[in-house]
Design a protein around this ligand. Sequence first.
Ligand SMILES: Cc1cc2nc3c(=O)[nH]c(=O)nc-3n(C[C@H](O)[C@H](O)[C@H](O)COP(=O)(O)OP(=O)(O)OC[C@H]3O[C@@H](n4cnc5c(N)ncnc54)[C@H](O)[C@@H]3O)c2cc1C
Length: 373
Amino acid sequence: MYDVIIIGAGINGCCSAYTLAQAGLNVALIDQDGIASGGSGAAGAFISPKISKAGELKEIMGEAHAEALEFYTTRFPQFTLTKPLLHIANSPQESEKLEYYKYETTLQHSKIDNELKSLLTSEASVDSYIYFSEGAVVDAQGVCNAMAEGIDFYPLKVERLIHSDGEWQVGDLRAKHIILSIGAYPKLLPIDYVGLRGIWGHRIDIKTDTNIPCIFHHHVSISPTTKDGIVAIGATHDVHYSPFTGELYDREQGRLQLLEKASKTLKLNNINILNDYTGLRSGSNDYLPMLGTLVDAEATLNKFPHLRYGERVNPSEYTYYPNLTMINGSGGYGFVLAPYLAKRLGEWLVDGKTLNPILSPSRFFPRWAKRQS
Ligand SMILES: Cc1cc2nc3c(=O)[nH]c(=O)nc-3n(C[C@H](O)[C@H](O)[C@H](O)COP(=O)(O)OP(=O)(O)OC[C@H]3O[C@@H](n4cnc5c(N)ncnc54)[C@H](O)[C@@H]3O)c2cc1C
């Protein structure tokens, strides 16, 4: 009998397991394919600020970014490489956003020096940029494994969740609380209202004679050269490919795309591709991450049938699955958001603080219910 069973051992599951175990809870972690085997294992895992205009998303991302830098550099320094970060706009729209961001950000940034400028292609040197003095990239698989150390791990594919007598049953395991951190995989519960999109991505690790002194974000992201002489390039954003359709992914085409995009930023000499990493990241329809309880759609529609016709009901009156929380929808910022989300999950489960309703996965429920008429 555990306090919490976490299903999905990506960065969200591992970071939640780490945070809850540190807070004294008895935690079990489950994954069908092993630790960091989904989107998290494929991630470039850059801890970079999101360049966005004012609003809730910007505020949450700003807070999450600051917390993540502090979290990884102090708790997992052996898996964290800190270097300056050069973000170059890749379109006129991004350039506009970037100039606005540059004007009002409190993050330290400066002009690039001639040495760095000399590495850039002529296309990259004319685009607008922001050069942050502090950026970071983490070893995605290393950090997930380190977080899961000492936690009971079960390599299982969860087919069904059963709740009876006040506890959840997952195979032979039992717990009071379930955390569902399954990324873009099939949802395990009838929660069609949770608007998630799985976006396929590809990253490669290469060796190159070119020494990369900082993090680059432009058409793709390029990591600094690690102490082992490795440079990571990622990621592509393929909204059409899904591993669940049985279609084969064209890896060679993906590699070509990554190298071609990287060559728009700088020239990489004598490239040798060492490894490919692919996976799905799951983004929410409104770009905000998800942390919260899940509405039992059938029970709620039975209780309030007029939700189908747009009747307004206070969300506190919906019927929720008991003691079940979802963390998801982090899109391309899963590693940035995970410490922020896990911290709030802990404060909620352990200290009884309330969760931010803006992040509730059930925020999509009323609009979905209206389409069920
Ligand atoms: C190529 C690429 C590059 C990226 N780069 C960055 C980056 O630079 N910075 C950043 O912050 N983010 C980045 N991301 C995004 C980030 O990786 C994701 O947001 C993050 O991995 C989401 O983590 P997760 O734990 O929610 O999901 P996942 O990592 O997908 O984990 C879900 C896990 O659940 C398991 N699971 C699902 N269903 C079941 C079941 N029924 N039973 C048992 N186990 C189950 C899966 O096996 C999987 O391991 C990138 C993503 C990709 C694909």
